[in-house]
Design a protein around this ligand. Structure first.
Ligand code: 5AD
Ligand code: SF4
Length: 468
């Protein structure tokens, strides 16, 4: 038998489905439409671009709302809130589907990797047609085809995979920037986090595949890439020929026409001197590092299984700032992890004061079934957590405004992203430090790197004037 790769198989199915979609469109006298709703992180945003790419290739046309022929929810389960929002939306979709003959509803993403979620949906949300998880999004066309042929709900969840399917179509949300997966999964098992259970074990893409994908994106107008992984600092360790993340960055840097490189997320325990060295000397790697702290208390960090102490984190910050004085540091912080005392929380506040992050995402601890922390004693009462959360948010905002303000009056390189949504005579762009800048300009600047004088800081963004 002739061997065909998984991507060849899927491309063939996309072709078959395209004919089916054409026939349905002819029946209806209009194109079939699709809408993708994305919850969660940058990984999910990138997965949604892949889902949209497959749907476009099969002939579905983008619709701006969920009143479409094919609606897919790409879910997140990192915190309880994200799950509740999905159930809410699904509830509303029941009525919409009744009014819309032939409509298909699909669910995918992290939430679907949890058996009890899938059970609940099959029991209580029978209007859902297709359910799949995080490991087989490349099969979207096949799953739609199966649903159309059998007329029955399709459920296809994989527990884990070592398969990485290359070269399927994607549809970028922005013409000039895109996320690029460099690895999938996570091996860290922080005790609060469900990601290792829903995204599986860590696996890295081959550097040649990554470079090839970026080269193609650049040829198609991309100026900026965001290299994506749950823990990019451990990239390449399990490849047949191991490659470090810093070495990968150096290879990506050589791609002609690519102007900026970002990456997300870095785990402090694995951030190497080699990476700091590359960041310090690169013209393309942005001066921005997202370095999740989670807690400022060494005791809590240990209970979180983070493998660093408060002192380790502070030493790392000093080392980075010495090598890259212009860098912007951002972070994630969880409030109310089990056993967090007022003293522990004050240590988090101290670290926030000392570091002065450019911005911080703050989260209330969410108890995720199946994680070690969910079974820990000393869960912190809700009102205590909310009080701490408010105090932390105040401090984070004050510090962020101070940190952002340090560039006032300087001239910076800005990548123009879009015409300002409130004022059409202005455009909005981003500095290397990921800070937003609004300044007079027009559509023709989109995707270009321009020099801008930052005239005024408004908390977390700037207004300015183009100088070149
Ligand atoms: N509760 C609250 N926040 C969480 N995060 C991950 N798991 C949880 C949880 N159970 C946060 C972490 C992580 C970010 C993506 O989400 O801060 O860095
Ligand atoms: Fe992203 Fe984690 Fe949410 Fe999945 S669970 S979408 S990996 S944040």
């Amino acid at each position: 038998m002739e061997y065909i790769s998984e991507s060849e198989k899927q491309l063939a199915i996309i072709d078959q489905l395209r004919r089916r979609v054409e026939a349905l469109s002819a029946e209806k006298g209009r194109p079939l439409t699709y809408h993708v709703v994305t919850f969660g992180c940058q990984m999910n945003a990138r997965d949604s671009e892949k889902l949209a790419g497959i749907l476009e290739r099969t002939g579905y046309v983008y619709a701006p709302t969920e009143d479409a022929d094919f609606v897919i929810y790409n879910t997140c389960t990192v915190r309880e809130n994200a799950n509740l929002r999905v159930y809410g939306r699904l509830g509303q979709m029941k009525k919409i589907k009744q009014r819309h003959p032939g409509m298909l509803i699909a669910l995918c993403g992290c939430m679907m990797q949890e058996a009890q979620v899938v059970e609940k949906i099959r029991r209580s949300y029978r209007h859902v047609d297709i359910i799949f998880g995080t490991h087989n999004i490349f099969k979207l066309a096949e799953l739609i085809q199966t649903r159309m042929v059998t007329g029955k709900p399709v459920v296809d969840i994989w527990k884990d995979t070592d398969q990485i399917v290359e070269d399927l179509p994607t549809e970028r949300k922005y013409p000039f920037k895109t996320g690029i997966n460099i690895m999938f999964g996570c091996n860290n098992f922080c005790t609060y986090c469900i990601v290792p259970y829903v995204r599986g074990r860590e696996r890295s893409r081959a550097p040649e595949d990554i470079v090839r994908e970026i080269e193609a994106a650049v040829a198609d107008g991309v100026s900026e890439v965001m290299l994506l992984g749950q823990n990019v600092n451990s990239y390449g360790k399990n490849l047949e020929e191991p490659v470090s993340f810093a070495q990968l960055l150096q290879r990506v840097e050589k791609i002609e026409g690519l102007k900026r490189i970002r990456f997300m997320t870095s785990h402090p325990k694995d951030l190497s001197d080699e990476l700091i060295e590359v960041m310090a000397h690169s013209d393309k790697v942005c001066q921005h590092l997202h370095l999740p702290l989670q807690s400022g208390s060494s005791k809590i960090l240990s209970k979180m299984n983070r493998h660093y102490s408060r002192e380790d984190y502070m030493t790392l910050v000093k080392k980075i700032r010495t090598a890259c004085p212009q860098i912007s540091l951002t972070t994630d912080i969880i409030v109310g992890f089990p056993g967090e005392t007022e003293e522990d929380f004050k240590e988090t506040m101290d670290v926030v004061s000392e570091v002065g992050f450019d911005s911080a995402f703050t989260f209330i601890y969410s108890r995720r079934t199946g994680t070690p922390a969910a079974a820990m004693e000393d869960q912190v009462p809700g009102e205590v957590v909310h009080d701490r959360f408010d105090r932390l948010l105040d401090l984070v905002q004050k510090k962020a405004a101070e940190a952002t303000g340090r560039f006032e009056g300087t001239e910076q390189e800005v990548l123009v992203e879009e015409v300002n949504s409130h004022d059409a005579s202005m455009v909005t762009g981003r500095m290397s430090q990921n800070i937003l800048v609004h300044f007079p300009g027009d559509q023709s600047l989109i995707g270009r790197l321009v020099r801008v004088r930052l005239t005024k800081c408004h908390g977390f963004y700037y207004t300015g004037e183009i100088t070149g």
